[in-house]
Design a protein around this ligand. Sequence first.
Ligand code: KG4
Ligand code: ZN
Length: 364
Amino acid sequence: MLVEKKVYKNASAADGRNEYRVTSNMIILGIDTSCDDSCAAIVEDGEKLLSNVVNTQVIVHHRYGGVVPELASREHIRNIVPVVRESLRKAGLDNKDIDAIAVTVGPGLVGALLVGIHFAKAYSYANNIPLIGANHLEGHILSIFLEESFPSFPFVALTVSGGHTNIYHVRGFGDYTVLGQSLDDAAGEAFDKIAKLLDLGYPGGEVIERLAAKGMPEAIYFPRAYLSKDSLDFSFSGLKTAVALYVKKWRENKAGDNRIKIADIAASFQAAVVDILIDKVISATAQVGVKSVVLAGGVARNNHLRGKLQKMMTKEGIDLYIPSPELCTDNGAMIAVAGYHRIIKGDKDDLTLDARSRFPLDQI
Ligand code: KG4
Ligand code: ZN
């Protein structure tokens, strides 16, 4: 059994009570093994990044054109201890300096999540520190609080990753309403599938972006599914099918314009995704009447999206906040931030903590 401990932020450590205490700095080790990155990071007081280590498994999954869950779990088992050690080394800290451990419980691949969860349980037990489970999507939203510039509440968050495309109304830490979500593929998944179709390997986002920079976004008009008026949901499967049909014809030289290059297809596809994302986020801010937007998740690394969204937000008089690229893709730091805000509210978990393949944010 874990020793019952209380965490007091800003409480005195020297008053003799036999409880776990945090004076002014709460140092949290954050772990994320939800997909194909083994991540560990150390964050102080939910905002100061002390180290951030990510071991990516791209080489393992590349040849399969996507993540193979069983291989991901095995890689996490191999990586988790070295990644944590490296995060401690980079922060110049020891196990005894860690005040709590936060770990992603979902959503994600169950086998992969379980590696991080079991590690975190053992670490918490061995070091006699609190264990706290965190929602991966909440982590993506809260990654912005690791930056110098972050919004005040309320704001709209657009999280675009390999598994999710969601719009949230964020009223405070732990206070989220889902305004829209993808009805089929996530935006990052669409990037990955189009990259696979074009034989560009995995993951697709970065390679499509690089290729798109050499192409013309208006070369081909791919359909943008805006769904019903006022809907903040997304659908990328029609776009994916339209690109697949086009590529088939293009490969058979029947596309109608033999000047079209693979870079033009990448640029035209990327332009369609970006247009849809921007349209929906602007509608969301109007619907809930907020003046700040956070863009997060792996696809938020995309420079075309970052640039065009910034332009549109400036035009609309909305403040845009985007984490630095390394905090957009999966990382342990965002999990430490999410864990910190649960802990200071008095939440904690125990050794029954389990993985959740689905974990909508409004269920936390
Ligand atoms: O947030 P993330 O690291 O993992 C998930 O939670 O899914 O996001 C990974 C996704 C992948 O689908 C990847 O192709 C996409 O983010 N991505 C990008 C870019 N970099 C990563 N998509 C578009 N452009 C990029 N530069
Ligand atoms: Zn993610």
